[in-house]
Ligand binder design. Structure first.
Ligand SMILES: Cc1ncc(COP(=O)(O)O)c(C=O)c1O
Length: 436
């Protein structure tokens, strides 16, 4: 391991006395009130006032008719994907997924929980390349995918790091191809998009919408997720599936496969205490983003971008992208990596190792799904067409796609909303020294 603390480039910088996190929970004390009430009244299982209240509050905040509180965002994505599968292809047999034999177009730059539900339901995810302007699904690549696989009827999008993509365009393409949309807003609660001239919350944009209260999210219940919809029928189905699919009989009677996916009233209590602080968390995250942008402006790097004409992020994670000409050598294997310092240049590997040596947590950009070993045999579509096998031993030229390029040159910065400006200045200084 490289010894940054003895490297003259970092002279005078002291390690952080306690670890600076990428994005840790920020508790306010009000959580305890609602958790305590649940315990005192003995409503500690998967029913109770906290659940009812956060469902009401989030439906109101996001502008949807119905919200169903679930154990995690992944559970919400699973049931959203299953609902879409049933709507498109009918009810499946108990031992079959609803998407068996069907392709689903999915965001490529996301966390795998967005796309795994397609596999849970026996479908085949086809990954759609990313555009540089928002680091999200490229509408031109989606259009190309529909050209190549016109029978596809389902699309799954995520909003990476809390920045919405070009959702109005993606929605238009889905409508033109008669496709349904699952929206994964796990990272983007509170971010908005301009749709039909109106600012609309992420988590309300698709036919089936999902958010997460995982410990690292903009607000948290320690865990938890939610399904959001305007359809009462879909909300009721998710309630039923998430509580073991009981039929209306005095005994346990089942006509459909069930899941134990409902949220606990204790978790809902923590979320109830966090909700009044959502906007404050977003403001803190935005301030962090803007301080990085200013503090790093003299380096050959840019920040994770957004298009103010179409969206306003929640700034969940701040990220940077190193200019191609300022990239020092950095190679990654399946589980390890090797980087080399070159004066005036740096790499994600070097910056993350330096931050870690001083006690600050960054993270590599989420590795694109089409590069993941588990999905390497799945189709990957760019704006030009098939994104696989694009180099030629006999003809020079690069085969690097947008997702692979952002993964290679980018990294997530410490973005904890409890980070002080002085701590952030030190992070910024460490990054500067990496480029010395
Ligand atoms: C984009 C995305 N989708 C889904 C999830 C899954 O949410 P959960 O952890 O609540 O299951 C996460 C993060 O955890 C995520 O970042």
């Amino acid at each position: 391991m490289y010894d940054f603390l003895s490297d003259a480039r970092f002279h005078g910088i002291e390690p952080f006395p306690s670890k600076l996190w990428l994005s840790s929970p920020t508790m306010h004390g009000e959580e305890r009130r609602w958790i305590d009430t649940a315990i005192e009244t003995n409503w500690v299982s998967t029913v109770g006032e906290n659940i009812d209240e956060i469902e009401r509050e989030l439906a109101r905040y996001l502008g949807v008719r119905h919200a169903v509180a679930l154990s995690c965002g992944t559970a919400s994505l699973h049931l959203a994907t299953k609902l879409a599968g049933e709507a498109l292809y009918g009810q499946a047999r108990p031992n079959q997924g609803t998407l068996q034999g069907h392709r689903v177009f999915c965001s490529d730059m996301t966390f795998d929980a967005s796309v795994n539900p397609v596999a849970y339901e026996d479908g085949e995810a086809v990954f759609i390349d990313t555009e540089y302007g928002t680091w999200n699904m490229d509408p031109a690549a989606l259009e190309k995918a529909f050209e190549m696989y016109p029978d596809t009827r389902l699309v799954v999008i995520a909003h990476l790091y809390g920045t919405p993509g070009r959702v109005e365009e993606l929605l238009r393409i889905c409508r033109a191809h008669n496709a349904l949309l699952v929206e994964d807003a796990a990272e983007s609660l509170g971010a908005t998009c301009l749709i039909g001239g109106k600012w609309v919350e992420t988590g309300s944009l698709g036919n089936y919408n999902c958010i997460s209260f995982n410990g690292n999210k903009i607000i948290t219940g320690s865990s938890g997720g939610m399904f959001l919809t305007d359809s009462e029928q879909d909300a009721n189905k998710v309630r039923k599936w998430s509580t073991q699919s009981r039929e209306n009989a005095p005994w346990y009677q089942h006509e459909e496969i069930g899941y134990n996916y409902r949220m606990s009233n204790l978790i809902a209590g923590a979320i109830r205490g966090q909700l009044p602080h959502l906007d404050e968390h977003i403001a803190q995250k935005e301030a962090i983003y803007r301080r990085y942008k200013e503090g790093l402006a003299d380096l050959p790097v840019t920040m994770n971008p957004w298009d103010p004409a179409v969206s306003h992020p929640n700034f969940w994670l701040s990220c940077l992208l190193i200019a191609p000409e300022a990239m020092a050598p950095h190679v990654r294997g399946e589980q390890d990596e090797l980087w080399q310092h070159v004066p005036g240049k740096s790499s994600p590997g070097e910056i993350l190792a330096a931050l870690s040596a001083f006690g600050a947590e960054g993270r590599p950009i989420w590795k694109p799904m089409h590069m993941q070993p588990i999905y390497r045999n799945h189709a990957f579509i760019t704006a030009e067409g098939n994104g696989r096998g694009r180099t030629n031993a006999y003809i020079a030229g690069s085969g690097v796609d947008v997702g692979a390029d952002i993964f290679r040159r980018g990294l997530c910065l410490p973005s904890d909303n409890k980070m002080t400006p002085a701590q952030q200045d030190k992070v910024i200084e460490i990054i500067h020294r990496c480029f010395d």
